[in-house]
Design a protein. Structure first.
Length: 278
């Protein structure tokens, strides 16, 4: 069956709607939009060469970024094959270079984390955001996706429910100072309102990245990204005595093998008790 561009857009929407997390859909939509602009033909006419050329045009980007973009295109075509919309997946045979393991380069020192936090002290939202990225060890999508119903008082501190990959949930604890910042940030917001807001809307992943980038400029730490806080909190918690199993649970890792990478660089399902920022 021949499909036109309009049919393709409907099929892409169906694929996006099959993704449970809203922030995941946003990320996928951005990548596919880029692909569609570069390869403006019906999906049934996309060739292996088209995909290879598109991937080749990203040679200035990191191997990890290129791999994620290729994985997104593969996911789209794989889905459309499963539902009978297409017969072939032209991205399935395209390969990329294996990303270099740069984990050690993406782990901040405790002094650097403190400098990034201090840089945003004049802005309650951004100060709270950066502290929570570190103290929770959460992914960007998990932190940006928080609503106030996910935050509740617990003892002197607070417990936060994070919604991870595959909508798996986990509870993390944060200290009283973090609870106080969150309470000040909330104001009169309702339970269903997002915790982190930009112009009366939930912050996007890109806006979180922009905040961290601004903090990096002020602190003199170029090229820092939100995920560095996750790497750093795991590494610091392990170094300060939290067990591997607990770190793995706190991060929402599916296997210990993923967490063990942090051993080579440097509840209570909570990292915050083993982290030292102010």
């Amino acid at each position: 069956m021949n499909h036109g561009i309009r049919d393709d857009e409907h099929a892409i929407d169906q694929w996006l709607n099959s993704k449970r997390a809203g922030l995941t859909r946003e990320t996928y939509n951005t990548a596919i939009g880029e692909f569609r602009r570069a390869v403006p033909v019906p999906l049934a006419d996309v060739s292996i060469a088209d995909v290879q050329t598109w991937i080749g045009s990203h040679s200035h980007q990191s191997a990890a970024t290129i791999q994620r973009k290729l994985a997104t295109v593969r996911s789209l075509f794989s889905y459309l094959m499963r539902v009978g919309y297409l017969k072939e997946n032209p991205a399935s045979v395209v390969t990329t270079d294996k990303p270099k393991d740069t984990l050690a380069e993406r782990i901040l020192s405790e002094d650097q984390v403190q400098a990034l936090v201090t840089a945003m002290e004049g802005n309650l939202r951004d100060y709270t955001l950066i502290r929570l990225l570190y103290l929770s060890g959460g992914r960007v999508s998990e932190i940006a996706g928080l609503s106030w119903r996910d935050v509740r008082a617990s003892g002197e501190g607070a417990q936060i429910t994070l919604f991870g990959k595959g909508q798996k949930t986990r509870l993390i604890s944060v200290p009283v100072s973090m609870r106080e910042d969150l309470e000040a940030l909330r104001g009169k917001a309702g339970a269903s309102d997002p915790v982190f807001v930009e112009k009366e809307k939930r912050m996007t992943r890109q806006q979180v990245y922009d905040v961290v980038k601004d903090a990096g400029k002020l602190a003199g730490i170029p090229a820092v990204s939100p995920h560095w806080f996750r790497h750093s909190s795991a590494s610091h918690a392990l170094a300060n005595g939290l067990g591997l199993v607990n770190v793995s649970k706190a991060l929402g890792h599916t296997t210990l093998a993923v967490t063990q990478r942090y051993l080579h660089v440097g509840l209570d399902n909570s990292l915050a008790g083993y982290l030292k920022i102010g």
